[in-house]
Design a protein around this ligand. Structure first.
Ligand SMILES: C[S@@+](CC[C@H](N)C(=O)[O-])C[C@H]1O[C@@H](n2cnc3c(N)ncnc32)[C@H](O)[C@@H]1O
Length: 441
């Protein structure tokens, strides 16, 4: 590539990054959705795969570091940017992320983002301002950064209150630092007995929980074993709840809220006869595609799990309830910016209804595993306390550390699973998950 065309490729990545930031923060769209839409016909449509990944990395860094980045930009502006400045703030945010956190050389980060402003009909009037702010950030940004409590600045107030209340300030800061990092790629194997072979083939580590972990994996579809369906992508923490049902070989299992099917796959791979239910038909289609690639057939049902009443009961039920997903901010940093306490409360009310209906579908003596990928106690510990208070026939069947790869730190005194992004820190962390195992007496 000559200099001119490589410069143009870099420009495409910057323009796309600013568009993605606007899609999430102004249009309130999840980053993955925004990325797919921009790739289908928007700012990413004619951008090469490597530059697409760079645009995503810039946008993700802005989501992770938004409080700090906006604080620094505000400190450098004499007055607030007017509304008519259009995408100027997003261009400045992208430039700041490049300079301070992605460590892009200053000349490239400044020139490319000034040119991004220049190409925009509104932002071009602020080209000189973008140039001045980014140059100053390049000179003084690191020194200013050293004086800031970035962990506090980067955490929305409601999450800071929730996490310090539940886990204490020191652990909250560890959670936030874990969220700053790019997470590794985790894979669950269809045949766990072949872990050593696949670890060698993929250059992966085997975690204590059995998950394979890869650093800098590249495109998932190009990895060995993808085509033949030897594994599926699943965070190490997300791989645990299905295992908590115990030995399900040859047994009927009801997987409520199943799509896109990560846990369904684990149950089917363990030899269970799975009925996978989800309310969303498009998501069930994805589940069917995913399970077809893995060669693991399951029965699917499109229904509302809060009211579904098929006239029979199951001995084993997994309820992976919809939640605020605040435990997944390592992989989806936009959740920090898009979710609110109102979302959490609405979802907690839905989870209670889902739990009550799941309870009615469980046979006496059966096992129900409830889980969410949320760090909020309302969607985890408190949800289960309230359930046990209103359902006298149910009790906890405590989970032991041995069932979670020997990770004592993720099992609570009550025998629930509570993983945090900072757990398994040396290995690269894990998503925040809650799981409780219940039985009907
Ligand atoms: C956390 S995701 C499930 C992830 C899935 N278990 C996995 O491991 O891949 C929650 C799912 O619940 C579904 N859902 C939300 N409300 C529902 C309801 N009332 N009944 C059934 N499914 C519902 C959503 O469509 C979504 O697919």
């Amino acid at each position: 590539m000559n200099n001119r065309s490589s410069d143009m490729a870099g420009l495409g990545a910057r323009r796309a990054a600013a568009a993605l930031i606007g899609d999430v923060l102004t249009s309130r769209r999840p980053l993955d959705e925004a990325f797919a839409a921009e790739a289908a016909g928007g700012a990413l449509a004619r951008v090469a795969p490597r530059d697409r990944a760079f645009a995503r990395a810039i946008a993700a860094t802005v989501m992770r570091r938004l409080g700090t980045i906006d604080h620094l930009i505000d400190a450098m502006l004499d007055k607030e940017l007017p509304k008519r400045a259009g995408p100027v703030r997003d261009i400045l945010r992208a430039g700041a992320a490049e300079l301070l956190f992605l460590r892009v050389p200053a000349h490239a980060a400044v020139a490319m983002n000034v040119e991004t402003a220049n190409k925009d009909t509104t932002a071009k009037h602020y080209k000189a301002l973008v140039n001045a702010v980014l140059r100053r950030l390049a000179r003084e940004g690191d020194a200013m950064l050293a004086t800031l409590d970035t962990e506090r600045l980067d955490t929305p107030d409601w999450l800071w209150e929730s996490w310090t209340g539940a886990y204490g300030e020191e652990t909250t800061r560890r959670i936030i630092r874990a969220q700053y990092e790019n997470p590794p790629l985790d894979l669950s194997l269809k045949d766990e007995a072949s872990a050593a072979v696949w670890a060698e083939t993929l250059g992966a580590a085997i975690l204590p929980t059995g998950t394979l972990r890869l650093e800098d994996a590249g495109r998932v579809e190009e990895l060995p074993g993808f085509e033949e369906g030897a594994w599926w992508v699943q965070d190490a923490a997300a791989a645990l709840p299905a295992k908590l049902l115990g030995d399900v070989k040859g047994r009927e299992v009801l997987d409520l809220c199943a799509a896109p099917g990560g846990k369904t796959a684990a149950l089917a791979a363990a030899g269970a006869d799975v009925t996978a239910l989800d309310r969303s038909k498009p998501r069930l289609e994805r589940l069917n595609e995913n399970l077809a690639r893995l060669g693991l057939p399951v029965r699917t049902v499109a229904a509302d799990a809060a009211s579904w009443s098929p006239g029979r009961q199951w001995e084993f039920i997994l309820l992976d309830a919809p939640c605020s997903a605040t435990g997944t901010a390592r992989r989806h940093p936009d959740v920090l910016r898009l979710k609110s306490p109102a979302d959490r409360d609405k979802l907690a009310a839905l989870q209670a209804r889902l739990l009550d209906n799941a309870a009615s579908l469980l046979a006496p003596g059966g096992t129900l595993v409830y889980c969410t990928c949320s760090l909020e106690p309302e969607e985890g510990e408190r949800q289960i306390e309230a359930f046990l208070a209103r359902q006298a026939a149910f009790a906890r069947k405590p989970i032991t550390p041995a069932e979670a790869g020997g990770l004592e730190e993720i099992i609570t005194g009550e025998g629930d699973l509570r993983s945090l992004p900072c757990h398994m820190g040396i290995e690269g962390g894990m998503d925040g998950f809650f799981a409780a195992r219940l039985t009907r007496r």
